[in-house]
Ligand binder design. Structure first.
Ligand SMILES: [Zn+2]
Ligand SMILES: [Zn+2]
Length: 112
């Protein structure tokens, strides 16, 4: 029969495949977004005890595994306080420190 007809057909078929492949590659580009990872004071953040915030925590600051911050310590919008880095190192000399001085339990959580 006429063998050259089939040859032309398969050639054009390969052409179509090549075009759709390049379309796919372009479509995949915008989804690759690198997430910025700023871990600076983030690792010093300690979750504040929810019960303590409602004055309902029966534990002392030492017994509770969540933070019991005093009034001068600023609580972040996500319900956390920043632990005092100097206190972690055992050398905070500030009188009324605005960072949380971590208890033994909280230190354990921070020093992973
Ligand atoms: Zn508590
Ligand atoms: Zn401190």
């Amino acid at each position: 029969m006429e063998s050259h007809t089939t040859a032309t057909l398969s050639a054009s078929g390969a052409n179509v495949a090549a075009i759709s492949n390049s379309h796919l590659a372009v479509g995949q580009l915008p989804s690759m977004q690198p997430l910025p990872q700023i871990r600076d004071p983030e690792w010093l953040k300690v979750e504040v005890c929810r019960e303590f915030q409602r004055s309902a925590c029966k534990r002392t600051a030492e017994e509770c595994r969540f933070a019991h911050p005093s009034k001068n310590i600023q609580v972040t919008t996500d319900g956390k306080v920043i632990a005092c880095y100097d206190a972690l190192k055992g050398r905070c000399t500030r009188d009324s420190c605005k960072y949380l001085h971590p208890t033994y339990q909280i230190k354990q959580q921070l020093e992973v």
